[in-house]
Design a protein around this ligand. Structure first.
Ligand code: ZN
Length: 58
C-alpha cells in the first residue's frame, strides 16, 4: 500500500480488533475504509493509540 499523502510505503499494524496504516516518512495515519465507522468513538483516543504504537517501537 502507498501513502496517499507522499506516495511512500506505509506500515500496517493492528491494535486489538482494529487495523491502521502509518507512514513513517510524512506522519500520515489512517484506517482502511471498511473500518472507518469504528473510529466514531473518538479521533483523540485513536491518536493516543498510535502514539503508544510508536512508543512500543523503541
Ligand atoms: Zn507519507
Amino acid at each position: 500500500m502507498e501513502c496517499p499523502r507522499c506516495g511512500g510505503a506505509v506500515t500496517e499494524f493492528t491494535l486489538g480488533e482494529r487495523s491502521a496504516v502509518v507512514c513513517e516518512d510524512c506522519g500520515y495515519s489512517g484506517v482502511p475504509a471498511d473500518l472507518h465507522a469504528e473510529q466514531l468513538d473518538g479521533e483523540e483516543s485513536w491518536s493516543e493509540a498510535i502514539a503508544r504504537f510508536y512508543e512500543n517501537l523503541e
